[in-house]
Design a protein around this ligand. Sequence first.
Ligand code: ARG
Length: 453
Amino acid sequence: MLWGGRFSSGPDPEMMRQSASIGIDIRLLDSDVASTRAHARALVAAGLLEEEALWAIDDVCQALLSQFHLGVVSPEGDEDVHSFVERFLTDQLGETGARIHAGRSRNDLVATDLRLWCKERARRLVGSARTLVEALCDVADNHLDSVMPGYTHLQRAQPVSLAFHLCAHGFALQRDVIRFQAAGAAADVSTLGAGALAGNTLNLDPSVPAEELGFASTFDNAMDAVSDRDFVADLIYACAMCGVHLSRLAEEMVLWTSSEFGFARFSDGWSTGSSMMPQKRNPDMAELLRGRSAPAIGDLMSMLVLLKGLPLAYDRDLQEDKQIVFAAADRCDDALAAATRCVQELTFDRDTMALAAASAGSWATDVAEWLVRKGVPFRTAHTATGRLVAALEERNLPLSAATDDLLADIHPELSTEVRALDDASASMAARDSSGGTAPDRVREQLEKLRAAL
Ligand code: ARG
């Protein structure tokens, strides 16, 4: 027990059962051990601990980690990871162990532990998101001229390449990479030396543990240091946004692999069957990715609501942040890995995509822009092309079969030259404006994505 001097009876077991966090924060063991070793160095620098005690603490810390990972020691009745580590040190080192908590509170300790964990997790998520972007780029490489319909309102709009479409997801995920990096930077502040809320009387230098732990900086205000969980919210937000991106990608995989679209098919290993309908090939993993964005968004709400209205400084409510951020980060990392496999396990049907891209009217914007290049104002061109679409629809004719008379009747500038625009691949390739879908432009986009990796 880390406290109790002023109480005549011990805590009620039921209260301890419900308030203990060891089952969750044991994941901070590595961080807590590192923080403890770093704090010991601050005590040495302040002349409060002998140099030799430091080596003893380091050894026991090392022993704790190895014995814990071997399953030789485990928390027993310890309230949280901090009390577990301190008890182990005191058991092993007696008075030296009992000196370690000087000038330190679990309030500044838990903040530093969690910052270490979030930094490490953010780094890992950066890697996982990059792997997915890379997988998208690799598939895109093979589909620079695979034409498919681009959609707005889920209605066929203009022909695009599959590579272009995959790059669009790639850029969204690249922004997630930046968000994970930013979340890691937000966590990169040491709070050791803040004490419970107002610093200490022991002349502890916060830069000593900060340097030891590899933090970029130290806290400015001790009260803020123990109250601040913005860095946790930042990481959860990055996970939520990434979850939303994965959900949108997953939704497209569901559409593409449907019989209605028929654009793609998951490998057998990444498809699921039906217990009743033998013919089914279901995209369950993509649906799960889509579904798991729900708790990803929920976690962000939980974290923000947890913080809202908390008086400064530390409040026990803050203990609840850990299960939220652990779940959010684990889920996001798993989802990125699954999405990477999903992208790799899709086979695209170029013919079906091309056929859909060439459907009636997919050339309409091209014809309107052709008229604009002839000097016709766009609004006039738009109306004329709309009439052309209707006239051809009525006659059940493709643009390539439009007659001179029909065209001239619709607009005097229209000539049979526009028949050539009835070609989805050419239409896709002609959109070579900056950031457009033409293969050369998409090659630039791929280069940009890869350079960012
Ligand atoms: N288990 C606690 C948490 O995770 C540690 C800090 C407890 N501090 C306190 N003053 N009760 O937040």
